[in-house]
Write a protein that binds this ligand. Sequence first.
Ligand SMILES: Nc1ncnc2c1ncn2[C@@H]1O[C@H](COP(=O)(O)OP(=O)(O)O)[C@@H](O)[C@H]1O
Ligand SMILES: [Mg+2]
Length: 347
Amino acid sequence: MDTASQTAQVSVEGVWKVFGRKAREARAMAKEGASREQIQTATGSVVAVRDITFEVAPGETFVVMGLSGSGKSTLIRCVSHLVEPTEGRVEVCGTELTRADGATLRDLRRQKMAMVFQHFGLFPHRKVVDNVAYGLEVQGVERQERHGRARELLDTVGLEGWGDHYPQQLSGGMQQRVGLARALAVDPEVLFFDEPFSALDPLIRRDMQDELIDLQLKLQRTLVFITHDFAEALKLADRIAIMNDGTFVQVGTPVEILTSPADDYVRAFTQDAPVAKVLQACTLMRPLDGASIDPGWPLVSMTTPLEAALPHLLGSTSPVVVCDEQHAPVGLLRGEDVAGVLSENRG
Ligand SMILES: Nc1ncnc2c1ncn2[C@@H]1O[C@H](COP(=O)(O)OP(=O)(O)O)[C@@H](O)[C@H]1O
Ligand SMILES: [Mg+2]
């Protein structure tokens, strides 16, 4: 085992998922290079995930992005073991899920991993606070303690005072916040998100994305996040995997994907994405590395959208200084780096 897989929090190796009876035939055809459609016509089976391998480091946000039907949900269900992969190996927090017995899996689900879905999946007859506390209740935490923790988490996700309401009294965005609070309640190391914001209105979606970024800066959990929205992927990801027809066509940082798209499928996304709106100064800055700073250079924060930093860079040869929350300089944003990312972008 190499060092990467020893430290990876999520490790996926050669995972396949074939739906239908003729899995073996379907897999053989796929290995010969047949498309999903050809295989389905010939065997009636669907190769939803084909031979996927990746690792996610502790604290990393790994986003899987692809069009509807590309196999994203099936993949994340294989990784969280809600679905048994047809072939391959999955390890989460050092436990090999593909070999674990029922009790081990149950413990892992209760303590170390949590899932947030598109359609909230809240219990309608339980109050919000009891929805959030559910995982703790299952762990046997007594009522007062779990309610205390649940109310703290409701504050964290901006729902202070809503604990005694029922889910249907809340808007979609608020219900998704409850879903997030519920997932965080058991203090999991790994969180799986399957298009959690896709059903929300654009403005609320943007709020939720910002909040997830803020939370993640504090919590530093390992996130595997599924989306069909490339802009959302750019905004949230440390690394993005672009998925098509059951496989990853490219895996890289947002900047890598924007500056060297692997093929036309990826290029189509990069050209139309609102890059200047969603990429933040911290994504494109270069570390300071002891460089001296001219007091005349403009300052921006790490989360400043590129768009807002651009006016400082246009027509100027000086960089912009990127500062952390304590206003300490941490990096420099340079015109040429920004131009490289925006050169072919039409968004
Ligand atoms: N339980 C299932 N039985 C048969 N086919 C399925 C099942 N779940 C998903 N599929 C098929 O697998 C493919 C990938 O689906 P899915 O993982 O839901 O994609 P995505 O989440 O990217 O939209 C689709 O062709 C879908 O119809
Ligand atoms: Mg899906």
